[in-house]
Write a protein that binds this ligand. Structure first.
Ligand SMILES: Nc1ncnc2c1ncn2[C@@H]1O[C@H](COP(=O)(O)OP(=O)(O)OP(=O)(O)O)[C@@H](O)[C@H]1O
Ligand SMILES: [Mg+2]
Length: 436
């Protein structure tokens, strides 16, 4: 290499090092032997200050000094040839910068040293820190929200359970009152007729006794004439003609009353057998008959109720007592709506028509149609909301249809529709997947 070539090459490398944007350095014996302009700028010093007056450690944040010193030692002693790491540097004005170093062991003047480049990553670190902070905030927000959601879910479940419980209690109360009333009437005439038969029997026995007395006290010759002479008087006394027609009638009424009581008891038993949460084939027609029987007290004073079912029974796979509850709620609502129209003088007896049928080959439909007060659109849009009621306090809790909707839609995958016009009546249609 000529002298010119040597100078040119040196100038080239000097230019490269001096104009590099990365800081460059050479360390030997714990001192800087060379730093470029970018290195000095990074730490806020003049190049000369770094080279003449500074200990290497003065550019390192105290806590990171052991780490940097250890890394330099490993390279100088040959444990590791090249290394890349980050540390915190100290600028002349004592502010902290984050730097990333790529260092390598070299031989310089026949002794070991370290050269390397260094770049400022303060901005990247700050952005990373900010991101981490945001991430933490986001995570704690999500945790908070999740907690809130979990709490609301628990509250909702509790409210739902309470709602069901309240509904059960309310309907048990209503049913018990209605059934007590229903059973009371036939028991009244069973009681009246038993009393009548008891007195009649006493009278007949007394009559028998009179004849026995006559028979015992009469002589053989006078027996026939004595009986004949007394018969009319005794028969009149006993009102025998009256008893002859009344006693059989009384027995019939008695039987009728007992039959009525046992019908109610059977329906009650059918209704009260809890099906738990087990789906079972339910005969829709039978379900309607039982619900109508059990709710008899609610409708019989205000309406005639007819039930129409197809010749072949319609079955659904369902929860029997809950479906029974739905039909009962619809009948009670229909009866209430009819009663609403009967406040005036000219009360007309209403009509509740219940029909079971198969629709579109796949639905078992229960249609409950009434001639009650009907509903305007603004009420119709709210009737399935829990606690919505138009009934006076103590009459309706506004849960009947909300519960019915939940039972039909959520528990059976069915549908509950309604059509209604004010003053014309309402039609509720329950649709359940029919069993083939
Ligand atoms: N057949 C119907 N005719 C007219 N209005 C009805 C009929 N069925 C329901 N409604 C209206 O819908 C409202 C809500 O009915 P829902 O059965 O949910 O509650 P409720 O009957 O008021 O009280 P609950 O059934 O809890 O005793 C009723 O208050 C009534 O205004
Ligand atoms: Mg109701």
């Amino acid at each position: 290499m000529t002298k010119e070539e040597f100078y040119e090459s040196q100038e080239r490398f000097q230019l490269l090092a001096e104009s590099s944007l990365a800081g460059m350095y050479l360390i030997q014996d714990g001192k800087f032997k060379y730093v470029n302009q970018a290195f000095a700028d990074l730490f806020g010093y003049q190049v000369e200050e770094v080279l003449n007056d500074l200990q290497m450690t003065e550019l390192i944040y105290p806590e990171d000094r052991p780490l940097v010193q250890e890394n330099i030692r490993r390279r100088i002693e040959g444990d590791e040839n090249a290394i890349r790491y980050t540390f915190r540097g100290l600028r002349k004005n004592k502010s902290i910068i984050h730097v990333e170093v790529h260092g390598r062991r070299v031989q310089f003047n026949d002794r070991a040293g370290v050269i390397g480049t260094l770049i400022d990553i303060t901005e990247t670190k700050r952005a990373e820190e900010e991101l981490r902070c945001l991430n933490d905030q986001l995570e704690s927000r999500i945790k908070e929200r999740t907690h809130e959601l979990e709490a609301s879910y628990r509250e909702l479940k509790l409210a739902h359970a309470k709602l069901l419980q309240q509904e059960k209690m309310a309907s048990i109360g209503q049913l018990a009152a209605g059934i007590a009333h229903e059973i009371n009437t036939p028991i009244q005439f069973v009681n009246d007729n038993v009393t009548f038969l008891h007195t009649s029997m006493d009278e007949l026995l007394a009559g028998m006794q009179m004849f026995l007395n006559i028979i015992q006290s009469a002589s053989e010759e006078t027996l026939l004439s004595d009986i004949k002479n007394n018969f009319n008087a005794i028969a009149e006394d006993l009102e025998l003609d009256y008893l002859k027609t009344e006693i059989p009638q009384s027995f019939e009424t008695l039987q009728e009353g007992i039959k009525r009581i046992s019908r109610i008891v059977i329906a009650m038993k059918d209704f009260s057998q809890p099906s738990g949460n087990i789906l079972e084939p339910v005969d829709v027609g039978k379900l309607i008959h039982t619900a109508a029987e059990v709710s008899c007290h609610a409708w019989k004073h205000v309406a005639d109720l007819t039930i129409e079912t197809p010749d072949t029974s319609v079955f659904v796979n369902g929860l029997k007592d809950e479906l029974g509850q739905v039909v009962l709620n619809l009948i009670t609502n229909a009866a209430d709506a009819i009663e609403d129209t009967q406040l005036g003088e000219k009360a007309v007896r209403g009509r509740i028509q219940i029909q079971a049928r198969i629709a579109e080959d796949k639905w078992a439909e229960i249609i409950v149609k009434d001639t009650g007060c009907g509903m305007p659109p603004e009420i119709l849009s709210k009737i399935f909301d829990p606690f919505f009621t138009t009934k006076p306090v103590g009459h309706g809790s506004g849960q009947g249809l909300a519960i019915a909707y939940h039972i039909i839609k959520d528990k059976h995958g069915g549908e509950l529709h309604v059509e209604s016009r004010p003053n014309e009546g309402s039609t509720f249609v329950v649709r359940l997947p029919a069993l083939p």
